[in-house]
Design a protein around this ligand. Structure first.
Ligand code: SF4
Length: 463
């Protein structure tokens, strides 16, 4: 997805910026960057595919000085972008997905605008947003105009010599939170970045809201809109357990998801486990509700494998995933295991690594309980690498319908025979004893926001 962190401080902000940005490392695996604007402009961008954020920036941040800064963990584009405009220089970092980027690029090209940040043959979307903003009368006008033209979603931080602008995307698909610490201000995607740095959450920005933050406080630039559609997947998988969105704790939602899975279940088992790490909160909730003990048949060997470490090819990624996950035979042998997973995307790692390791260590039964319904539609609002035909549920439908796309709508009704056939196909493909997905209504209830305030496109294709 990407994660943003910005700070306005009364002192040199470089160390806070380093750690605040680093606490977003779970949100992106490709590129990372920081900009500080002081007397000089300091910008650093690094590739983080083969090493962790801190290892790249830990020495460099000491050479960066200034009181205002922005940082980004990016899922694709090198950023922040620096640009000089008729209203001054600014640095900008964005998160989201611009669905109409080709059209917007063509429009700017026709007006004589050139792009310089070509990466892997592609125009950098953050540069596209920067060039659109540069056509405004001032930063606020430019941001408003740019965000109104973008289809998909785009939240951003924009840094000038004396101000930090923050804008949340029009439907609030991604979070953006304002926080304070004495006279210092921070704005970020993940609230888990705040407490260890001494910041208290002030409030979530509203969808489409723009603020300007300066040492004297936060200035309203544009009020927000009604019509929140925040990504539900943040609570299920993407977000960090210690974070909160719209004031709702990720870990608490995961435990409620697990409780609801248990309430809808009648399976007899010896232990409940989560696929580490994102299945853990769901499994704890399942265990608390069912009374079945929580145990760890599988643990992750994390020393040497940073959370943000993403090997360069699928082959090596699979190898690392296999090496990281360690089975504990004494916990597994002869046991009936309920295994909670955040979601089943392709299902290949679950099948080839997790399930296989449990069978190899003599599990008696394996019951998979994903915390969300089958994923049927790849994200079109926040960036995602999922290919529609790779999704386990799509593969099941294609196989059942004997054609690539199949009639997806018929499989959305959780009470229908077609839905049951799809789940049965995935269960057999995974080679597990039983498989039962969370119902959409239960997932929504576990999150606790009104349904119309959530993006549920991944599961129902609406939006
Ligand atoms: S489509 Fe899925 S991942 Fe994308 S914003 Fe909506 S819920 Fe989140």
């Amino acid at each position: 997805m990407s994660g943003l962190f910005g700070i306005v401080s009364s002192r040199n902000c470089s160390e806070t910026l380093l750690y605040g940005t680093d606490y977003h490392s779970h949100m992106g695996t490709e590129k990372a960057g920081m900009v500080i604007m002081g007397e000089d402009i300091h910008r650093r961008i690094h590739d983080i595919r083969t090493s962790q954020f801190k290892s790249k920036f830990a020495a460099e941040y000491k050479t960066m000085t200034g009181r205002l800064g922005i940082g980004v963990i990016s899922d694709r584009d090198p950023q922040p972008i620096l640009i000089s405009t008729h209203f001054g220089e600014f640095a900008i970092a964005t998160m989201g997905r611009i669905a109409n980027s080709s059209q917007l690029i063509a429009e700017l090209h026709s007006q004589g605008v050139a792009f310089s940040e070509i990466d892997e043959g592609r125009i950098n979307n953050t540069e596209l947003v920067a060039r659109m903003i540069a056509m405004g009368k001032n930063p606020q006008d430019g941001i408003s105009r740019a965000i109104e033209r973008i289809e998909g979603s785009c939240s951003l931080l924009l840094l000038t010599r004396g101000s930090l602008y923050a804008a949340r995307d029009n439907l609030g698909r991604s979070p953006l939170v304002l926080a304070s610490n004495g006279g210092d201000w921070a704005v970020c995607t993940e609230t888990c970045a705040l407490s260890n740095l001494g910041f208290q959450v002030e409030r979530d920005l509203a969808p489409g809201e723009i603020v300007r933050i300066e040492p004297d406080g936060v200035h309203a630039m544009r009020p927000g809109f009604p019509g929140l559609q925040i990504c539900a997947f943040l609570w299920i998988y993407t977000g960090y357990p210690a974070s909160r969105y719209q004031g709702i704790s990720v870990e608490a939602v995961r435990q409620r998801c697990g409780r609801r899975l248990a309430r809808a279940d009648s399976v007899e088992a010896d232990l409940v486990a989560g696929v580490p790490d994102s299945g853990t909160g769901h499994a704890i909730g399942y265990s608390m509700e069912s009374g079945i003990p929580y145990q760890r048949p599988l643990v992750k060997y994390t020393p040497g494998y940073g959370r943000s470490y993403t090997p360069p090819s699928q082959e090596i990624r699979d190898l690392v995933a296999e090496m990281k996950l360690l089975p504990i035979r004494e916990v597994i042998e002869g046991k009936r295991i309920v295994l909670c997973e955040d979601s089943i995307v392709r299902g290949t790692q679950l099948k080839n690594l997790t399930v296989q390791k449990l069978w190899e260590n003599q599990a008696r039964e394996i019951h998979i309980r994903p915390a969300c319904p089958p994923l049927l539609f790849p994200c079109k609002f926040l960036r995602s690498t999922r290919n529609i035909n790779e999704l386990a549920a799509r593969k099941a439908i294609a196989a059942l319908e004997s054609r690539p796309s199949g009639d997806v709508q018929a499989y959305l009704d959780e009470t229908s025979p077609k839905y049951a056939a799809m789940v049965e196909w995935i269960q057999q493909d995974l080679n597990v004893t039983t498989l039962r997905y969370q119902r959409l209504d239960d997932m929504v209830a576990a999150i606790g926001l009104p349904r119309e305030q959530l993006c549920l496109y991944c599961w129902n294709g609406e939006g």
